[in-house]
Design a protein around this ligand. Structure first.
Ligand SMILES: NC(=O)c1ccc[n+]([C@@H]2O[C@H](COP(=O)([O-])OP(=O)(O)OC[C@H]3O[C@@H](n4cnc5c(N)ncnc54)[C@H](O)[C@@H]3O)[C@@H](O)[C@H]2O)c1
Length: 476
């Protein structure tokens, strides 16, 4: 099957995930020895030693006099303009890259922390982004050449607390946006080792971020990417994080019940619980963004140059519904509706992801506050999305078919769904609603790169019911 793996690629969860480094070492294009940028002193020496000089780090500060009064800057008591420092964990990924550029463009001082594991997943599973993506080093260099803005880069694994501590101590973030997780539900359901990896990577990574904030940067606001999938599909309205319940005559406001439906979604629930606890116990300030399914590829910043282009996943492991349907339509593959297609979820344009994260940073939670925002702009069922893509395809002159494929997941295929999403709008979110023009542009984008599509990656091959302890193997 397309997504099974050779034993040679199997993941283990050994300390510090050293097997990644081994794989990366074999791919020198991902890890040039140096970017010609520097961080001096003990921190670099220790980090360099530990990472065996494979990791390049930039630590160029934006000087205050260059900062214009933009949303990312604030005035100090002395009247000088200073940039807010934001650490974007997972900044080489789909949401993280777009967000890092957006924040940099808005005047924030940005550092990316990433261990490039997302690129490794592609290598292991034989997948690729629809769009060609540049190395993180070339992306950052191009951004600097176009805008003059530095983005600092810390390459390493946030499950490695020593690495993360050094990054926190050297960058001193005012906010940490945490996208740095294994984020595919199907990936977490491939086999036992992927399930264990997902929960270890996500839960321990987030715990380490919480400890780093407590130890080194108490005032730092954690903006954590959760998912609407944590709530499941209850037969009542979904609130934003909390619900007021009257039980046996007594009333309380409690965390909204969670009904996660994969080992990935469960990792997010564990994260939310750990964050809520540390807000109470240590006074951490945190915003949990329960994000819906993201679609689209372009943002104002990524379209400035082809080397800034974002990734777009269309395969059955990492691709999300609307992006997948647009690519399927572009290559003449029938749209793959799982089961009855009544599965309804919240969706948002990637241009709104970057807007929401900035709004959360610009309006931070108070010390000790655990804030939850539902981050999506519209709800659609899978059948509704298929109909929208079919119509948009027709307008561009091609016929789009739809097929129902046996649902590889365990989920309700027809259900009530009404989730609240007002808090980000109250903070000023101006949504980009799904329109014909966006669908046209996404379809045209898919058509532009359709020669890069591997149609074998489209049909689902990971089954919730067939997951086993045995590692999956792949026919090359
Ligand atoms: N894409 C969506 O539709 C969507 C929807 C809801 C929620 N989210 C959440 O948003 C976040 C980002 O999603 P995405 O689509 O950008 O994912 P992505 O896989 O494209 O990006 C995640 C990035 O984090 C990095 N990373 C993973 N583990 C790491 C670790 N231990 N240390 C350092 N870096 C690590 C990866 O290399 C990758 O670059 C995730 O937490 C995801 O759960 C995404």
């Amino acid at each position: 099957m397309a997504h099974s793996l050779s034993p040679l690629c199997s993941l283990s969860t050994c300390k510090n995930n050293k097997q990644y480094y081994k794989s990366f070492r074999q791919n020198s294009t991902l890890f040039p020895v140096s970017l010609g940028i520097h961080i001096s002193g003990l921190a670099f020496e220790r980090l360099g030693k530990r990472l065996n000089r494979r990791h390049a780090i930039s630590a160029t500060a934006v000087s205050n006099d260059k900062v214009e009064a933009r949303s990312g800057s604030f005035q100090t008591n002395g009247g000088a303009l200073k940039s807010k420092k934001v650490m974007v964990i997972g900044g080489d990924g789909y949401c993280g890259w777009a967000t890092a550029l957006h924040l940099s463009n808005k005047g924030y001082e940005v550092a990316i922390v990433d261990n490039m594991v997302r690129r490794l997943f592609d290598q292991q599973l034989g997948l690729d982004s629809l769009t060609p993506i540049s190395s993180i080093h070339n992306r950052i260099r191009r951004w600097k050449a176009l805008t003059g803005n530095d983005i600092q880069l810390y390459i390493g694994d946030i499950c490695d607390f020593e690495f993360l501590s050094e990054a926190f101590k050297s960058f001193e973030p005012d906010a940490a946006v945490h996208f740095g997780e294994q984020r595919s539900a199907p990936y977490s359901m491939i086999d036992r080792s992927r399930a264990v990896f997902t929960q270890h990577n996500n839960v321990i990574g987030t715990l380490n971020v919480l400890f780093a904030i407590k130890e080194f940067q108490e005032h730092c606001h954690l903006v954590k990417l959760g998912t609407m999938g944590e709530y499941g599909t209850p037969n009542i309205d979904i609130e934003e994080g909390y619900i007021t319940i009257t039980h046996n005559g007594r009333t309380d406001t409690l965390p909204y019940p969670k009904q996660a439906s994969s080992f990935y979604h469960l990792s997010k629930v564990h994260d939310s619980n750990n964050i809520a606890f540390t807000c109470k116990a240590w006074g951490i300030r945190a915003t949990d963004l329960n994000q819906g399914v993201v679609y689209g590829v372009r943002t104002d910043e990524t379209e400035m140059h082809e080397e800034l282009c974002n990734r777009l996943d269309y395969d059955a492991v990492f691709g999300t519904a609307l992006n997948r349907f647009c690519v399927q339509a572009a290559v003449g593959h029938p749209l793959t509706v799982y089961g009855k297609g009544g599965q309804t979820r919240g969706y948002l344009d990637i241009r709104d992801t970057v807007q929401c994260v900035e709004l959360a940073i610009a309006n931070p939670a108070k010390p000790g506050e655990f804030r939850v925002f539902n981050q999506f702009t519209e709800q659609f069922s899978v059948n509704e999305l298929a109909a929208l893509v079919t119509n948009a395809g027709k307008k561009l002159g091609f016929e789009v078919q739809t097929i129902s494929v046996p649902n590889p997941r365990v989920e309700a295929e027809e259900h009530y769904y009404n989730a609240k999403h007002t808090k980000l709008v109250e903070l000023g979110l101006k949504p980009h609603l799904l329109s014909d023009s966006l669908l046209d542009s996404l379809l045209n984008f898919a058509i532009k790169y359709k020669d890069r599509v591997d149609t074998k990656q489209i049909m689902p091959s990971v089954s919730w019911k067939k997951i086993s302890a045995k590692p999956k193997t792949v026919a090359a």
